[in-house]
Design a protein around this ligand. Structure first.
Ligand code: NDP
Length: 345
């Protein structure tokens, strides 16, 4: 059985969802009430892959909302309680979706193995970042040529280059795709220099320096909402792959002739018959999902019950090959630019 741990995109959405599900007492509560609300297993689902393999899974809402990010103890408790519930339900492999994997890593939850009388078994969880990194790379490889961008001659900026997903994307783009030049963007300089050394190339730039030079930009950092970008200085065409969470680049570039693609999203080959992706605001919630969620499904399809994506900067090209091949075989495809997006230039 696979599991997905997720959360609503805002407190307002969470209340609406709780109301729809009949949890009126929680829906009406204020943020303090939500801070003490336990995780809920809201849905069970059965999925048959493109090669006929059947698996079962469950969606657990952690009852975390982004408004709780500044409440360190609450955020930590929400993630650990959801993981405990997944383990108690006997789920073999569970993906940490949305902010939950960031909270797990950044708040160092590895030190919190004991949750009440449950000893968490890390082998049962995955961040899903290997599949996310592979999907983002394929999205670039498939969509850039549709805009007339020849990747062998292109400069590709990776914003969040030193992160878990960003560093894997950089390795793939330099070794497999063969882009002309990588522009490496993050805030801390030493990890950038280390990455540049590992890659044997790439140029370290500040965001405002990299953007005007880039034919494509991969965003794999959670950036501040008020980030200002001078759209007039960007190249045209420019492909923006919005791999961060939440996905809010569309609004920043609307009407500017820049092509924005939601990054790290996959589509299953047929309707799944679940409601859980409506919470995640997918355009086609019956088929589309975050690649990190799909990784848990893929590991279950493959009987690979292990913490496949775990820790920071451990993603290898071989692991990306494995999960990418499984993704295609079981019926997932990566999200592409839509016709209205292709005409935006
Ligand atoms: P990490 O924490 O490992 O990496 C974050 C990266 O972003 C680091 O390189 C960090 O470097 C950089 N960064 C952070 N803030 C800024 C900033 N203001 N300006 C420039 N760089 C910045 O995160 P992950 O790799 O695990 O995840 C990356 C993003 O992808 C997250 O937003 C996550 O939510 C999202 N994600 C999306 C998924 C999907 O859509 N399917 C699935 C999983 C994750 P530094 O601190 O030095 O700036």
């Amino acid at each position: 059985m696979f599991g997905l741990i997720g959360h609503s995109t805002s407190f307002k959405d969470a209340r609406q969802k709780a109301m729809d599900l009949g949890y009126d007492h929680i829906a009406e509560g204020d943020l303090d009430v939500w801070c003490s609300a336990p995780p809920q297993l809201v849905e069970h689902v059965k999925v048959v892959s493109a090669i006929g393999k059947t698996i079962e899974g469950a969606y657990i809402d952690s009852c975390f909302v982004p408004e709780m990010l500044s409440r360190f103890k609450t955020a930590r408790r929400k993630v650990l309680n959801a993981m405990e519930l997944a383990q108690k339900k006997g789920i073999n492999i569970t993906a940490l979706g949305g902010f939950t994997s960031i909270i797990f890593e950044n708040f160092n939850l590895l030190e919190n193995k004991q949750v009440r009388n449950t000893t968490l078994d890390w082998e049962r969880f995955t961040t899903g970042n290997t599949h996310t990194a592979w999907v983002i790379c394929r999205q670039l490889e498939i969509n850039a040529p549709l805009l007339g961008i020849d990747l062998q001659k292109a400069r590709v900026a990776v914003v969040g280059a030193t992160g878990d997903i960003g560093s894997a994307v950089c390795r793939w783009l330099s070794q497999r795709t063969g882009v002309s030049e990588l522009l490496l963007v993050a805030r801390q300089q030493q990890p950038l220099k280390d990455l540049q050394k590992d890659l044997g190339g790439g140029r370290v730039l500040r965001l405002e320096e990299a953007l005007p030079e880039a034919d494509a930009v991969i965003w794999v950092a959670s950036l501040p909402k008020n980030l200002q970008i001078d759209k007039s200085k960007l190249r045209k065409p420019c492909l923006m792959i919005d791999g961060g969470y939440p996905k809010n680049l569309d609004e920043k570039f609307s009407g500017s002739g820049i092509h924005v693609l939601k990054g790290g999203i996959v589509e299953f080959f047929e309707d799944i018959g679940w409601n859980m992706m409506e919470i995640a605001e997918m355009d086609v919630p019956q088929r589309q999902m975050f690649a990190c969620f799909a990784e848990a499904m893929l590991l279950e399809f493959e009987n690979c019950h292990t913490n496949f994506s775990w820790g920071r900067n451990n993603i290898t090209l071989e692991k990306m090959d494995f999960i990418g091949e499984a993704s295609l075989r079981h019926g997932f495809s990566v999200l592409r630019l839509q016709p209205n997006n292709l005409q935006a230039a």
